[in-house]
Write a protein that binds this ligand. Sequence first.
Ligand SMILES: [Zn+2]
Length: 121
Amino acid sequence: MSSKQEFVDNVKAGKVLAKKCTKCGELHLATIYFCKKCGNKGFENAILAGEGTIATYTIITVPPTGFEKYTPYAWVVLNLDESGLRISGFMAGIKTPSDLPIGTRAKVTGFDDRGVLIEKQ
Ligand SMILES: [Zn+2]
C-alpha cells in the first residue's frame, strides 16, 4: 500500500498517519526522508487521533475551477491535540469569521476530491 493511500485510509477513519523518528521520537506529518530534528533516516508509523482546534483558516468565496458547488467553504489548519502537528483541509459552510472562531474544536472526517475533510466537533 502506498503511503498516500495509507494516509487517506486513516483520515477516512478519523485518524492522522504521522511518521515518528526511530531515533529521537520527533513526529512529522508529511512523507519525509530526514528527521527535521536529528537528521535520522528511520521512521515508524504513528497513528494520531484526528482531533484538535482550529489554528487558522482562509474563507474561500472565489473558488478554484471545479469547486464552485462547494462555496462558501474554508481552507482550515487544524492543530492536533496530542502532537501539535498541523493538518490542513476543507471545511464546508463557512461564510464569515463568526462561523469559525479560532480555537474551535474540530476533527478530520473524510477524504475526497476536496482533500482532507474537517468538521466542527
Ligand atoms: Zn529524529
